[in-house]
Write a protein that binds this ligand. Sequence first.
Ligand code: SRM
Ligand code: SF4
Length: 597
Amino acid sequence: MMFYSLLLVSLPIVSAFPVPFTKTYTTSRPLYSTKSKPAVPSGSSFLPESTLSRIIDNTPNPTEKAKLARDPTNAWTDIYDFADKIRNGELTWEELDGADVDIRLKWVGMLHRRKRKPGTFMMRLKVPNGIVNSSQMRFFADCVSKYPEDVGVIDITTRQNIQMRGVTIETAPDIIDGLHARNLTSFQSALDNVRNVVGSPLAGLDPLELVDTRPLCNALNDLVSMDPSTGLRGNPKWGNLGRKFNIAISGSRDDFAHTHINDIGMQAVKNEGTGEAGFNVVLGGYMSIKRVAESVKTDIWVRGDIESVHGLCDCILEVFRDEGERKDRQKARLMWLVEKYGVEEFGRKIKDMMKERGLETDGWQGQPDDKFERRGLLGVHKQKQEGLNRVGVLVPVGRLNRHEAREIADVADKYSGGEVRLTVEQNVILPNVKDEDVTDLLAEPMFGNDKRLKVKSGNIEGGVVSCTGSQFCGLAMIETKQTAERYASILEGLVACDKTVRIHWTGCPNSCGQVQAADIGLMGCPARKVDPDTGKSMAVPGVNIFVGGTIGENGALQMEPDKKGVLVEEETLIPELVEIIVERFGGRRIGEGGMAT
Ligand code: SRM
Ligand code: SF4
């Protein structure tokens, strides 16, 4: 695998792409300022002329304008320059071009937290299939240790990924170099790029696995994140998409990767004719303020090998990049393009493109119809390998401080060969723990009663997922993570459940916390209440409550909230949640003596 073989050492940073930039434009308008015209391939240099003209002639939206003014694909070279100048006292971050700070640095994976923590950035990584090791975990802890404890934290995201917080421009180059030395990158992880490729967290461990998603996620990560001609991080070929792009690959019927809410979803299934394991392809799933859409079935089945999966994504990305909406960003997700073609026609086009590249496909394959229950990821479970176990650890709301990250690294070294897996539920799995070591692992001080991380968690706290919320995210209407963690522990004392109840929190309708897929989804919104002092109505944080989304095989989204504008106050929201858990999820109220009633 090229990604892993070529990049075991720190990369030369400002070395130019050795491939000559040959593409020329015949458009009459200047695309770039002379200062910034790229001398090396950039995202825009891969766009066909017709796409470029379409962008330019249609009065570009602010993001397209910024991309045209200075192509961000190579912004990773700028960060070294900015950092040098700031360190030498030649400028401050405030003096940098606002579009560089707030837009272009997103191609480096650096998201300025202007509204909440001005001057500091969240750095988002790419962790294909969500697999990291103890040395990488320690590195994350070391990175955020440079910043104050309340800002320098690590989050596990809903895309099985890592984000580090508190990063400043002047400290970023060392982190980037350190990531590259550890075979990771932050490049092309935000804005108009392909996001972290999600796979099965049980890949290679699971007795019910149909396809091992690890090599496929790695290959796709290489496709979208690495320039094949240079081996450098960041592939300019996919550096100028019209919008974000999400890919998920499931390895079993559990669909742990959530294919129904990704632009490309690959659902593991056997070919009816040959019995070979591969994927039914679903397209266009997404969530946003404007629209929430479940993926649609296509008439495409692809083989479960790297060439086929790589080929499928390469073809779809090409059509999306070149033909997707460029003016209205709310309509620029894949679903709109699929609908423009018609699902059948779009599927036919992709199959034809694949055929031209010598790749075989088949039509949609029937799925098994016997009952199948999605399995749990937390707690201790047998692997397919005799004598080995996967141990799922609850990381409340995905938030890790530096000490907890180091503890996970130490425990992983001791019990799981240093391997740590991340889940889209923002938790971790320690794989390959020997039968005889399980008791010792559970007794580790990091799982003590006074600690946050748990192997044995309650059925409510174990199902909580939360987006970033107002602590760091400028779009948030409510605080989410701390509230979600606190409410879960209160609910654990009030209601008993036999099964996990998945409560998801999201700070605004973008739904990064995937509330439409939750058992109970809480979406931040403005609410009103009467001020007891003045008697006047005042704006306060509230939530819209979604109930009944499902995940796993045939997962379905809950599009409309059951209740709107419920106050985020313990005396209001907690009784609402208890009621829903009891009425809809078989919960039992816990009586005065702590017994379920
Ligand atoms: Fe998201 C924008 C955080 C998963 C839909 N998302 C944002 C920004 C970048 C907004 C901002 O600049 O502040 C948030 C950064 C906050 C921060 O400081 O962390 C943000 N999104 C997140 C994360 C960190 C939530 C989490 O706590 O886990 C997730 C990072 C995933 C990753 O590792 O790459 C995250 N975001 C999602 C998901 C879930 C998923 O991918 O399964 C969705 C819904 C699925 C989808 O994209 O279709 C999601 N985020 C959005 C959207 C709406 C997209 C759209 O088409 O309109 C935005 C707004 C946008 O892109 O304009 C957004
Ligand atoms: Fe921010 Fe809204 Fe996404 Fe939460 S859902 S991280 S508040 S953009």
